[in-house]
Design a protein around this ligand. Structure first.
Ligand code: OXD
Ligand code: MN
Length: 605
């Protein structure tokens, strides 16, 4: 059941002339969606440039998008969301499985019948006077064993155009489905953009997503968080693979060898920056190169060779704009120079281009801020929303990996977890083995950011950076990681990093950005078995001498400080973890409890 057949209004005539598919499940889904939302018109998206160009033109006419300076930013457009609709809404995001206990203690749960009924009532007739677009899309390259197809219906041109950047939209998706193939159903309706009636509902047991009353990317580009993480994590558990909130990057060594790592960080903690890192000068001179496979999501499977293989199911970058500049991430900036949609950044009226905090210093004298108001540096407010975004095609990225489109993906040498921690967690440490690595991921905590509504800077647990994105019980998800470990003959090594250590005055103690290459190098040397490490209470930590500081004005004492494992702090951390684990009860895998006991014992010695 989807979209509450029980309460659907009497069948009306729906025009399928341009349906492009005879998949009866697609036709049925579109028909039911139309019966519910009652659009004036249905437009079947074919992914062609001609159709997308016409939609851009229409969006400019209606004011939904603003055309930017086409000489400086060809193919680029600007969009403002409603003021109350600027981030993911975690407290209005639900996992609607039959049994509440299967959603687990970390997700919000709603009974599926109730959720269908509620959304049905909210969306009924809400596309009257509007067009419903039907978007066929693939997460992953069509024809890859990793890939899965979705169909999203939406009343937003902005959603169509963003989906056409972020996913692979096109009629080949219908061809891949055939007459009877299954797909993920996504129903999106802006309705009245009413925050009190905003719901992002996931029905993992029905392959269905419903999103109402929002137009913010993370809530409405249903291929991304909703499908590629929440629904896919559930499918991964059923089918024996993993959907993770991870970037994927490749490092080429001077001898031509390539090594790949996947890294999980919470939202707005620098995944895009790490994925597109430019190594320090002396690494470049020696011939090191970093290439990007993905910046946000990894789908991971065990390959025939017993290693883990990963693909990025997306086709673009939905990056956080503030802080992105020529120095912090020139590759991301370059990716935004054509065919990009900017959301909630500021406009520079002088040349009709865009600006955000951190792009240039000083700021331009006059801007139009994200709310549409005149802005000057004296205004005392931010010109761009802290969660303002660019939606940029992956092909624009100068350091895109040649493996980006690979149907098989790339083999992983290392998995990295990381959070924003002012203290306690060292710059980097390595887990003792796979199961201990799962423990390290499970205890991740990080300070909250503007990517979701709510307070910023509050420390919270964000296991594997999946707290907002796991489509089922978190303890079962940990169990799935443990089970996967048993199937991988040659598992990647698992590490934890923390770029965000601060001193007493709140100053960051590690330069981050390109200099993170120095840590990546240590990680890859550990994978190759070519560098030693000190065993500590929490795992293996580098000797300071083994982190390359060449060309960096940085003291060994500071490095030693951020590598130091303070047992007293970790003993307190272990106690806190014990409390955090309580919510998982008996469903917590015994391997994680054993790792916690080891940590406690190690800190007591
Ligand atoms: C994102 C997020 O947009 O994590 O990637 O919020
Ligand atoms: Mn993300």
């Amino acid at each position: 059941m989807y979209l509450g057949v029980k309460w659907s209004p009497p069948k009306e005539e729906v025009n399928f002339i341009m349906a492009f598919t005879n998949n009866r499940k697609v036709l049925d889904f579109v028909e039911k969606s139309a019966q519910l939302a009652m659009p004036d018109k249905i437009v079947w998206i074919d992914g062609s440039e001609a159709q997308l160009a016409a939609l851009r033109e229409e969006a400019v006419k209606t004011g939904e998008m603003i055309e930017l300076n086409q000489e400086k930013l060809p193919g680029c457009y600007y969009h403002r969301t409603a003021k109350n609709d600027v981030a993911r809404v975690e407290d209005r995001t639900f996992i609607c499985c039959k049994k509440e206990e299967d959603a687990g203690p970390i997700n919000y749960w709603m009974d599926p019948e109730k959720a269908y009924k509620l959304c049905g009532e909210i969306a009924r007739g809400k596309m009257k006077g509007r067009t419903m677009y039907v978007i066929p899309y693939s997460m992953g390259v069509v024809g890859s064993p990793f890939s899965k197809i979705g169909v999203e219906v939406t009343d937003s041109i902005y959603v169509v155009l963003n989906m056409a950047i972020m996913t692979r939209v096109g009629l080949d998706c219908y061809a891949a489905l055939g007459e009877d193939g299954d797909f993920i159903k996504g129903f999106h309706c802006k309705c009245d953009v009413d925050p009190e009636k905003r719901y992002i509902m996931h029905f993992p047991e029905d392959d269905t997503i419903i999103s109402v009353n929002s137009a913010y990317g993370g809530n409405v580009l249903l291929g991304k968080k909703c499908f590629a993480l929440r629904i896919a994590s559930y499918l991964g558990k059923q089918e024996g693979w993993m959907a993770e909130h991870m970037l994927i990057l490749g490092v080429t060594f001077p001898n031509g060898e390539k090594h790949y790592v996947a890294a999980a960080f919470p939202s707005a903690c620098g995944k895009t920056n790490l994925a597109m890192l430019i190594p320090p000068k002396h690494y470049l001179e020696k011939g090191y190169k970093v290439e990007t496979v993905g910046d946000d999501i990894a789908w991971i499977r065990v390959g025939k060779d017993g290693r883990l293989w990963a693909v990025n199911p997306e086709n673009g970058f939905f990056g956080v704009a503030p802080g992105t500049n020529e120095k912090s991430n020139p590759n991301a900036l370059a990716a935004t120079k054509r065919g990009t949609i900017f959301t909630n950044v500021a406009i520079n009226p002088e040349d009709n281009t865009v600006w955000w905090e951190g792009l240039t210093k000083p700021a331009p004298a006059k801007l139009i801020d994200w709310l549409g108001n005149p802005w000057t540096p004296e205004s005392g407010v931010k010109a761009a929303h802290p969660n303002s975004r660019f939606t940029a095609p992956a092909v624009n990225c100068p350091c895109l990996s040649p493996e980006f489109d690979s149907k098989e993906g790339v083999p992983l040498d290392a998995i990295i977890f990381g959070g924003r921690r002012a203290s306690t967690t060292p710059l980097v440490y390595q887990s003792r083995d796979w199961d201990h690595g799962v423990f390290v991921g499970s205890i991740m905590s990080s300070e909250t950011t503007a990517a979701a509504t709510g307070a910023v800077g509050v420390l919270r647990h964000d296991p594997m950076a999946m707290k907002p994105f796991c489509g089922y019980h978190m303890a079962d998800y940990f169990g799935h990681w443990i089970e996967m470990g048993k199937k991988i003959e040659n598992p990647p090594k698992i590490f934890n990093v923390n770029w965000f250590r601060q001193d007493e005055n709140g100053e960051f103690l590690w330069p981050g950005f390109g200099d993170n290459m120095r840590v990546l190098e240590w990680i890859l040397k550990r994978c190759a078995g070519t560098v030693d490490a000190q065993e500590t209470a929490i795992g293996y930590v580098p000797y300071a001498k083994d982190i390359d500081l060449e060309g960096l004005d940085y003291s060994k004492e500071t490095l030693e400080r951020i590598l130091y494992v303070d047992k007293a702090r970790w003993a307190a951390e272990a106690e806190e973890i014990e409390g955090y684990y309580e919510q998982f009860g008996d469903r917590l895998p015994k391997e994680l409890r054993a790792s916690l006991e080891t940590l406690k014992k190690n800190c007591a010695n």
